[in-house]
Design a protein around this ligand. Structure first.
Ligand code: GTP
Ligand code: MG
Length: 380
C-alpha cells in the first residue's frame, strides 16, 4: 500500500485483519486469516477493537515500516491430502505498511535514509501495489482536485527518481517488481456518490499527464516493461463509516477485494502477459514462481504434478511447468474455470471449504465488484 501520511493505510490494514477475525466473517468466507507473527496479530486486533468499541484511531506510523505476513487458511475438507502434499493448503499474503511521510519530506539523517531505501526495497518486492488517493483530500479540494492530485503523483515520481539508483540492482532494471499499480480511493464513505468510473474519470481528467509520467518512471525501473499496468485498474475502499463519536466497522467497502486482487487477479494478469509474449522467458519464470498455491487451487497444477516436484527447486519447477502450459493450454484453462464456477455454484460454494472454492469465489467477487462499480479492471 503506497499512500501519503494520513491517507488511511494503517486503518485499512487493521480493518482488514480485525474483520477477518470476526466469527461471522470466518463463516461467510470459509477461511481464517492468521498473522504469522502473533504479536503483530494482537496489535492489529487492538487497533480494530479500539475503533469498534471506543472510536479510538490507530497511531500514525513514525520512522518505521512493518511487513505483515498472513496465512489464508482454508478448512479444505476435500482436496486435503493432495493440497497438503503439494504444500498448497494455505495462501501467504504479505502486506507492507510504512510511514507515508517518507514520501513527503526529507529524512533526518543517513541512518533513516538507509532505512527508507530498505523499506522501499521491500515494498517493491510485492506483486501488486495500491496507490492511495485520499477521499478526504478530494473533498477538501472540491472543484479543484487537480491541486491535490498533481502534487500526489508528482511526489511519488520524485521520491522514486531520488531513490532509483539505490533501488536498482547495479543500475539494472528489476525483474521482481510490482507490475500492477492499482489506483485506490480511500475513505470513500466521505464521497459516497463517487463510483469507480467517476473516480477514474476524475483522475484521468485532472491528472492524466501526471499519471503518465509516473508510469514512465516506473517503466525505467523494471525489466520487460511491457508487462506493467500503472493506473489502468481502479478500486474504491472505505475502512469503516466514521461518525462523530462512533466508528461503524461493519460498514466497509472494497476490503474483501484485497485478497482476490493480490492472488487471482494478479495471477491472471501475469498469465495474460506471458501469453501475449510481453515478457522474456527469464522474467516469466521469475513471475510465475510465486504462483504455486494459486495455480494449484485453480486446478492448473494438479496434485500429481505437484507431488513429483522435489521441495528444493519447487518454485522454479512450478514456474517452468506453468510456462510450458502458457500457450493454447491456458486458453483452455480460462474456459475450464468458467465451468468450475458453474459447478461450484451448483454445489454451493459455502459447503466446499477448500482452496479451490475460495479462489473461485475470489474470482466471482471481482466480477461482482465490477458490477457494483467499486472495481474497474483494465481490459488490455
Ligand atoms: N472517513 C474515513 N476516515 C478514515 C478512513 N480510514 C482512515 N481514516 C481517517 O484517516 C486517519 C489516518 O489514517 P491512517 O490509516 O492512520 O493513515 P496512514 O496512511 O496509515 O498514515 P501514516 O501512518 O502517517 O502513513 C485516521 O485516523 C482516520 O481519521 C476511512 O475509511 N474513512
Ligand atoms: Mg499508518
Amino acid at each position: 500500500m503506497f499512500g501519503e501520511s494520513g491517507s488511511g493505510k494503517t486503518v485499512l490494514l487493521s480493518s482488514f485483519y480485525g474483520a477477518a477475525q470476526e466469527p461471522h466473517n470466518i463463516k461467510k468466507h470459509g477461511f481464517n486469516v492468521l498473522a504469522e507473527n502473533p504479536s503483530q496479530g494482537t496489535h492489529l486486533s487492538q487497533n480494530y477493537l479500539g475503533m469498534k468499541q471506543s472510536a479510538t484511531l490507530p497511531e500514525t506510523n513514525r520512522f518505521s515500516a512493518k511487513s505483515y505476513s498472513f496465512l489464508v487458511k482454508v478448512k479444505h475438507r476435500a482436496q486435503a491430502k493432495a493440497a497438503k502434499q503439494a504444500g498448497a493448503d494455505a495462501l501467504r499474503v504479505v502486506w507492507h505498511d510504512y510511514p507515508g511521510e517518507w514520501f513527503e519530506r526529507d529524512v533526518s539523517g543517513p541512518e533513516e535514509a538507509q532505512r527508507r531505501i530498505d523499506t522501499f526495497g521491500d515494498l517493491l518486492q510485492s506483486d501488486v501495489a495500491f496507490l492511495m488517493v485520499d477521499g478526504q483530500r478530494l473533498l477538501d479540494n472540491v472543484g479543484e482536485e487537480e491541486r491535490y492530485l498533481k502534487s500526489l503523483f508528482t511526489n511519488y515520481c520524485n521520491a522514486l527518481l531520488l531513490m532509483r539508483d539505490d533501488l536498482l540492482d547495479n543500475g539494472k532494471p528489476l525483474v521482481t517488481f510490482p507490475r500492477i499499480w492499482i489506483l485506490a480511493l480511500s475513505k470513500s464513505d466521505l464521497v459516497p456518490d463517487m463510483d469507480v468510473y467517476e473516480f477514474r474519470d476524475l483522475l484521468l481528467g485532472k491528472a492524466g499527464a501526471d499519471m503518465e509520467k509516473l508510469r514512465d518512471v516506473l517503466a525505467t525501473m523494471v525489466e520487460s516493461n511491457r508487462a506493467l499496468s500503472v493506473g489502468e485498474d481502479f478500486v474504491i475502499f472505505s475502512s469503516a463509516k466514521f461518525e462523530a463519536n462512533k466508528i461503524e466497522v461493519s460498514k466497509r467497502v472494497g476490503l474483501d477485494l484485497v485478497l482476490p486482487l493480490a492472488s487471482v487477479f494478479a495471477f491472471e494478469r501475469q498469465l495474460r502477459w506471458v501469453q501475449a509474449g510481453h515478457i522474456g522467458r527469464k522474467v516469466a519464470l521469475k513471475l510465475l514462481e510465486n504462483a504455486e498455491v494459486v495455480s494449484f487451487g485453480l486446478g492448473i497444477l494438479g496434485g500429481g504434478i505437484a507431488k513429483l516436484i522435489g521441495s528444493k527447486n519447487k518454485a522454479a519447477a512450478v514456474a517452468g511447468f506453468l510456462l510450458a502450459q502458457a500457450g493454447p493450454a491456458l486458453a483452455e484453462y480460462a474456459k475450464n474455470l468458467e465451468k468450475k464456477v458453474a459447478d461450484l455454484d451448483a454445489q454451493g460454494i459455502a459447503k466446499q471449504e477448500d482452496l479451490t472454492a475460495v479462489l473461485t469465489k475470489f474470482r466471482a467477487d471481482l466480477y461482482k465488484a465490477e458490477e457494483e462499480r467499486i472495481f474497474l479492471r483494465s481490459l488490455l
